[in-house]
Design a binder for this molecule. Sequence first.
Ligand SMILES: [Zn+2]
Length: 165
Amino acid sequence: MEIEYKRATGAKRFLICAIHADTEPGTAAFATALAAADPTNRGLYIFHGPRVTSTEFSERIFDRVVKSYDVVVSIHVMLSTSVPIYVGGRNTRLVSALRDIFHRGQQTPRRIAGRHPENIVNHGRYGGLQLELSPPVAYTQSPYHTLAIHCVNKVLAHPSYTPDA
Ligand SMILES: [Zn+2]
């Protein structure tokens, strides 16, 4: 088991997480790039180890820091390629902004909608944002990977989507 945690150096707005880094390749790179775009406001948490579901995940460092962040952004990979990224979680403002970009009007399948209060994505102060990357977006050598990071980054950085605005 190996944990990588980089604390946000300023306001703890977002904790970007890849808790399935070993079984979902590309999620650690995606999370690292998002956190690196604004290390003042964004922390990074990567878990390398046995796979635990998002509703059952518990780890000492994560549990200690998560409540000090406004919003958890949890990165996963799905098998579906019907949309670039399925967006879920309980922060409705961020979810609807990113759905407009990635969904073309489609609903997130309930199984991966990240609505469960026990899901670690919802353990921040203002709910969470769960991103289920399709395989082309997760693949780090793909232009879709870079483009998707750019889009998510723009939304997280936009003043009207800051969680406590
Ligand atoms: Zn996952």
